[in-house]
Design a protein around this ligand. Sequence first.
Ligand code: AHR
Length: 505
Amino acid sequence: MTIDPAFRIGPADRRLFGSFVEHMGRCVYGGVFEPDHPAADPLGLRTDVLDLTRELGVSVVRYPGGNFVSGYRWEDGVGPVADRPRRLDLAWKTIETNRFGLDEFMAWARLADVEPMMAVNLGTRGVQEACDLLEYTNHPGGTQLSDLRRRHGAEQPYGVRLWCLGNELDGPWQVGHKTADEYGRLAAETARAMKLIDPSISLVACGSSNRDMPTFAAWEATVLEHTYQHVDYISLHNYYDPSDGDRASLLASAVGMDAFINEVIATADHVGAKLRQPRKLKLSFDEWNVWYQARLQADLDRRGWVQAPALIEDDFTSVDAVVVGDLLITLLRHADRVGVACQAQLANVIAPIRTRNGGPAWRQSIFHPFALTARYARGTVLRTEPTGPTYDTAKYGPAPVLATVAVLDEESDELTVFAVNRGDTDLALDLDLRALTGRAGSGATTAGPTGLGHLVLDAGADPDATNTAEHPDRVVPRELETPTVDGGRCAVRLPAVSWNVLRFA
Ligand code: AHR
């Protein structure tokens, strides 16, 4: 594989390292918020979860849903707690107490050092309620709703820049499900009105709920015909399901993600061409992860109307962590068009952070590739086109065994190569780094780069290993021998089924 600083894809946008907090299961209640917990701050926010969120390196957090937002009245969650109504949440068949709402989320986001990304309800509500919410959050003052926010203790506007126009409205399960034309019209009118209130915001129109939706691509085309001029992003959602035990296909999930991204780009560009729009639309992959989806129905069937039940608290394996690392590589490889990405979700619900009510918080296996990618993928993403073997998968046909991306940090002069070996035997990777020798402005001297370290998270020996409250460090990255560069060339060994971080300076 050759790495050349001339082969630039684009900047590694921090917004690619987003996450998602939905009022679902124990993501909010018992996750980020638990007033009775020994580690809770005076607002009821769990400081142990805040610490892990910062360590994870999350940049932007989408809130409050998800399917939940399609029946949500944001006003229920602001103002004196004693006055807040208990409601039926139809999305997850639970009781919502509204103890945690918009102002609590904004306080949490500030402490977590993340950018809030809000979603408006376009399932059961419309233009007016979206405008009301935007007035409450972003208008400085002197109007009913901005002054209400000030009375609630937030003198300054929150200045939320990123807004989702609803959630998964193509899905028949969605409360307020719509046809593409119905949603496209509503999203366009909501977008126009919201930008009248605050022209500095960026808006995300809903794309398909996943690549297998029968309406996929036609939905995007119709929605964008209505909204192209008014929005900045089209969303993508996709989860990769290990439930069928087909490990070869699971390990090639990134091939599916890559194809999905290319298909949405093609569809958006087709509409842009048709509408004579020179501006290229960006993509917001605002729900992605590994998810054992078969378990959700069992969770929902088991109970009546309850508060904050445990929902889809998947225990992720070491293989799942390799897949998550690979999905992050794919997002980076599309850094020129994917501008936002949110792993779903942050705490407990298919999440990198797990907690017990009243008990500890711990890092799941998938925490590690996310945290290390967020830490080291800084600077300019470089295109890599490795040659190597393929293997057969039932879902994606022949898939490359090796997946890679490189990121060059021009400030620190460090190069990071992320590499996944999807195969079940070790793989020899030969790197040609000669183009990095003697770069202008490089502290790296004419001798060229030298190795800084090789971190690996490998699943070959124990593919089903998981982290638990009792054994939180079963799946953690480990250091391998520092790579040596000789004459601009470097040979490294990638263990079977592994995600790797190779660093050079
Ligand atoms: O993240 C869990 C759910 O998955 C979200 O609420 C929904 O948008 C998606 O289908």
